[in-house]
Design a protein. Structure first.
Length: 316
């Protein structure tokens, strides 16, 4: 663990983390024993390099294996709120998110679509494509931290009912609409929880889109300007205020184009410009060598995302 007044949060998309003989999406996608061991070893090395205390995890198929791996690294508190879908006994789809912590998780559950939205507006809410986690972590000397882990809907176009795709733009819009709803429902849920218990709040996750878009930007929009309401900021935005020379690194590449898809968002308690500030951001870390300069033998079972971590220091 870090110093008692220092806390590091991380987000790690493990990318098809599934223990053989199970397969992801298709019966041909099964790791050989050596490949699975190599993937676990690579993952452990990257997580160790982050030196994190609390990690939000995406793309978990094998929950027990993930729990065991993180326990080996000192994360003895591990929770999930969902199970992946299983077809034909061993073919898995719809991976889940998880939360690993070196400190006790005193409360956790799934983020649910807020019923208040349908009570006030003539609309029907969708389910989350992957249930986000809400948890409360008890950190000695620092107190309770509210933690959220999410993996928003991918940008892959929604499938048609007939299997045909005569209007690709419709599938793209439906996918964007689902992702927008998820961002909105998550934000409203977080606002409700913060209103009940205004404690330092952190959201980590793969947003599957830049927060500069009007869809996922819903997470950081602050429509309520009262000082007591939840205000969320991209941790990079807070960090680079004092580090203007730093250049943001992408966390995912589509061919040669880099994009920032993975984020750690903080409430006002982590923003030094806020009157409610309790902590400063000391470091923003992106582990991306496997993306920008891969070595086949080392990285052949790597994630397709960078791992990110933010180190904060509380003012006690």
């Amino acid at each position: 663990m870090n110093n008692i007044n220092q806390l590091t949060f991380a987000s790690c998309n493990l990318f098809n983390f599934i223990e053989p003989p199970n397969a992801f999406y298709d019966f041909e996608n099964i790791y050989e024993t050596e490949g699975w061991q190599a993937k676990c070893q690579w993952t452990k090395q990257q997580v160790e390099a982050l030196n994190a205390d609390i990690v939000g995890i995406q793309e978990v198929f094998s929950i027990k294996a993930a729990k065991a791996l993180f326990a080996e690294l000192g994360f003895h508190h591990f929770v999930t709120v969902d199970h992946p879908s299983v077809e034909s006994d061993y073919i898995y789809s719809q991976p889940v998110v998880a939360l690993a912590s070196k400190y006790p998780i005193t409360q956790f559950g799934a983020v649910t679509p807020p019923s208040e939205i349908t009570e006030h507006y003539a609309t029907t809410l969708p389910s989350f494509s992957r249930k986000p986690i809400f948890a409360v972590i008890d950190v000695p000397e620092l107190g309770h931290i509210a933690m959220y882990v999410c993996h928003l809907k991918s940008q892959r176009a929604a499938d048609s009912l007939t299997g045909e795709n005569p209007y690709p733009i419709v599938g793209q819009w439906l996918s964007s609409q689902q992702r927008g709803w998820e961002a909105l429902m998550l934000r409203v849920f977080m606002e409700q929880q913060y209103h009940k218990s205004p404690i330092p709040t952190v959201l980590v996750g793969d947003m599957n889109q830049s927060l500069t878009t009007h869809i996922t930007n819903l997470l950081v929009q602050n429509s309520d300007t009262s000082l007591s309401s939840l205000s969320l900021k991209d941790s990079w935005e807070i960090f680079c205020t004092n580090q203007p020379e730093e250049e943001r690194k992408p966390t995912h590449y589509h061919f040669a184009k880099g994009n920032v898809l993975d984020y750690i968002l903080f409430s006002a308690e982590f923003d030094s410009s806020s009157p409610y500030s309790l902590a400063d951001i000391e470091r923003y870390q992106v582990i991306d060598q496997h993306l920008v300069n891969p070595i086949y033998e080392r990285d052949k079972y790597a994630s397709d995302h960078a791992f990110i971590a933010v180190t904060t220091r509380f003012i006690l």
